[in-house]
Design a protein around this ligand. Structure first.
Ligand SMILES: Cc1cc2nc3c(=O)[nH]c(=O)nc-3n(C[C@H](O)[C@H](O)[C@H](O)COP(=O)(O)OP(=O)(O)OC[C@H]3O[C@@H](n4cnc5c(N)ncnc54)[C@H](O)[C@@H]3O)c2cc1C
Length: 285
């Protein structure tokens, strides 16, 4: 069987951090299982986080009105993207799984990782206007978020002061990863390692190591498949009327995002499709 490749996109300044420890455990455990592991250590690489005209070699198509996505798409087709973006594209192209390892910043990824997302998941390479969600160009790859929080887990419960973690995950997991077609594995969340005791931190890393051993065989998180939507301009890309009708009597909506004005299906973004009794295979049951 061909060797599988895992790309870890990693954002922490310090090799002594808990994030570094989580990244190192992943490198060691996956390598020991025979995977090829590539790490993009964004701060060490001094990765350029801003999407700017410098991302394109040669002349811009419209310098008077610079539009990043348009220029990126043309530059991708004409092989004029900057060398650092092309280097990341080569890594992504090889990867069967991408793990994003980061400390949660402002309910999201650190700016340097947001820059990687903006610059590397280029139109043409990761998606096109016709190829999004389950038709995204990365549909044969898996991706997942592995992150630490400052806050304790209870703050991210549906009644916690920070709000339901599933809501926080939706923009990254649906708006970035699922949008590009990635099969999104359930996130791995290290709750408040700085608040934990040394033995609790060791236990967190051991649990991560145990999960890594079966990670590539895991089922992904369920999203509403595109056939549930009317993908026409007239239909507004909204959930089809018959699907809405089927959900009328149900207690919960389809997904965290497509909640249909109903209570959110519990843990929709943190459990796998097999565990999701509310959206089994995306079909209303
Ligand atoms: C700009 C900004 C925005 C933020 N926004 C949010 C937010 O929206 N929500 C939120 O919850 N938090 C937020 N935070 C907090 C942030 O998420 C946490 O500080 C971060 O996740 C902690 O992870 P770390 O790797 O930096 O921990 P560290 O402080 O590096 O590590 C925690 C502890 O683990 C120890 N450790 C390191 N290696 C090991 C090892 N091998 N084994 C055992 N222990 C080890 C360290 O020595 C340390 O004692 C924010 C922080 C910043 C700076």
């Amino acid at each position: 069987m061909a060797q599988k490749t895992v790309l870890i996109v990693y954002a922490h300044h310090s090799p002594r951090s808990f994030n570094a420890a989580a990244k190192d455990v992943a490198v060691q455990t996956l390598t020991a299982q025979g995977y090829k592991v590539i790490v993009s250590d964004l701060y060490a690489m001094n990765f350029q986080p801003s999407a700017t005209p410098a991302d394109f070699k040669g002349n811009l198509k419209n310098p008077e009105h610079f539009l990043y996505a348009e220029e990126a798409y043309i530059a991708w087709k004409e092989d004029r993207l900057s060398d650092d973006i092309k280097a990341e594209h080569r890594k992504v192209a090889q990867a069967d799984l991408i793990i994003f390892q980061f400390p949660l910043y402002w309910f999201s990824v650190p700016a340097i990782m947001k820059g990687w997302i903006e610059r590397v998941l280029t139109r043409g390479f990761a998606y096109t206007l016709q190829n999004t969600y389950d038709h995204g160009l990365c549909k044969d790859k898996k991706a997942m978020l592995s992150f630490t929080t400052g806050a304790m887990e209870s703050k991210y419960q549906p009644d916690g002061i920070n709000g339901d973690i599933n809501v926080m995950l939706w923009p990254l997991q649906n708006g970035v990863l699922h949008f590009c077609g990635f099969q999104v594995l359930a996130p791995h969340i290290f709750w408040g390692p700085a608040r934990a005791s040394p033995s609790e931190r060791t236990a967190m890393l051991e649990a991560w190591q145990a999960r890594l051993k079966g990670l590539l065989e895991e089922q992904h998180v369920a999203f509403a498949p595109s056939e549930l939507f009317d993908l026409s301009i007239q239909g507004g890309f909204r959930v089809r009327p018959e699907v809405k009708e089927a959900y009328r009597s149900k207690s919960y909506g389809l997904t965290t995002g497509q909640h249909l004005g109903k209570p959110l299906p519990p843990d929709n973004q943190t459990k796998t499709a097999a565990q999701d009794q509310y959206l089994v295979s995306g079909k209303p049951s």
